[in-house]
Ligand binder design. Structure first.
Ligand SMILES: [Zn+2]
Length: 374
């Protein structure tokens, strides 16, 4: 960031900020996140950060000034792996994760989010994300197969799909796996097994409108010679259609109740949480598509089936995303790759979009920054 002429600092939520001041009030923000998942690849998140810095470097080395301040940002925690809470840094920044809950978020070693934030010793000056923002643009790997299948190098994102998630718990009776006859059992895991299939059926029947996953399943007490007395399953649905999400939720609730009734198990569905479909700013989509056409690309638009910081910022300021392909549609794996010519194409479109936005006067918006000390 320093080599790209940016003034570097870190804010109180651990977000790395590189800024290039200018005369106008509202800033052009570009970036992504720097955290990853266990066994993740090198492109998810980091690519968007590096692309934003590369844009700053090109402007810096070309001696080109912008009317708007430019800020490259690297969000610290987006994946949600450490504390089980996705887009944590951007939601903390915007007050959507209240400060009094920081000490309730705990990692696998028992360390709290609050402790992490207090313990940081990066040796960098304190910095702040500007409140007045003309636009936020995030370049990211698609993490799916569509761009590669279409043989395209870059796309503009029209929306980030909505998602709903919960935990379903079936309760039966733990008992000896040898001495309890089959007709005297209340095996909670059998309810869980049926429910996994039900979630899959609900999503499969949507014909591409939605996806559904049980990604975590725990049987208690979890011993070879004990019939599971309790099982807890995570359920997640995602869709481009809020109506489908609502109906998927209802059908999952119904299936859980039916399975529990038939198998004489207790069942508990914790309240569903999640987000609605988040459209990207239409003006920004037009700017990205125009930049794509200028660079000789077809005007390709895709929806994002993964959540991103852009989906959080989009609630307050014009936000847009640029997708580049993921080889084999693979992400969250060491094999994750984006062909370098596509990386170059996407970064070029990012720079061209920044220049376009800089040349026009837009309204922008205000980020409700949750900084304690300013
Ligand atoms: Zn990501």
């Amino acid at each position: 960031m320093r080599e790209a002429g940016l003034r570097v600092g870190v804010d109180e939520f651990g977000n790395l900020i590189g800024s290039r001041p200018s005369e106008l009030g509202s800033a052009l923000l570009a970036g992504s996140h720097l955290d990853t998942v266990p066994q993740g690849g090198m492109f998810d998140g980091a690519l968007g950060v590096v692309a934003a810095i590369e844009c700053a470097r090109v402007l810096h080395e070309g001696g080109r000034s912008l009317r708007h301040p430019f800020v490259a940002i690297a969000f610290a925690e987006e994946e949600g792996y450490t504390f089980g809470s996705g887009t944590l840094s951007s939601r903390s920044l915007l007050g959507e994760m209240p400060r009094d809950q920081f000490s309730e978020l705990v990692d696998r070693s028992g360390r709290t989010y609050d402790e992490y934030l207090r313990a940081r010793a990066h040796g960098l000056p304190q910095a702040h994300v500007p409140a007045q923002v003309r636009a936020y643009i995030e370049l990211h790997a698609e993490q799916g197969p569509h761009l590669e299948r279409m043989a395209k190098q870059v796309a503009s994102v029209d929306q980030i799909v909505g998602s709903q998630r919960t935990v379903v718990t079936f309760e039966g009776r733990a008992a000896h796996a040898g001495t309890t006859p089959m007709d005297r059992r209340a095996d909670a895991l059998l309810g869980g097994a049926e429910f996994v299939l039900a979630v899959n059926e609900i999503a499969t029947a949507s014909n591409g409108r939605g996806v559904g996953t049980v990604g975590e399943l725990h049987a208690y007490p979890g011993a070879r010679n004990v019939i599971p007395g309790k099982t807890a399953l995570s359920v997640e649905f995602r869709s481009q259609d809020d109506t489908w999400l609502t109906s998927a939720r209802e059908r999952a609730d119904g299936a859980a109740g039916k399975i529990a009734g038939r198998r004489k198990l207790g069942v508990r569905v914790t309240p569903w949480t999640g987000s609605l479909v988040q459209p990207m700013d239409s003006g920004l989509q037009q700017a990205i598509l125009a930049a794509m056409r200028l660079a000789g690309h077809d005007a390709v638009t895709l929806s994002s089936w993964a959540g991103h910081d852009a989906g959080i910022l989009a609630r307050y300021v014009p936000s847009g995303m640029i997708f580049v392909p993921s080889t084999g549609g693979i992400s969250h794996a060491p094999e994750e790759h984006t062909p370098w010519p596509a990386v170059e194409a996407g970064t070029h479109v990012l720079l061209e979009t920044i220049l376009r936005l800089d040349a026009t006067d837009g309204t922008g918006g205000t980020l409700p920054l949750a900084y304690a000390a300013r």
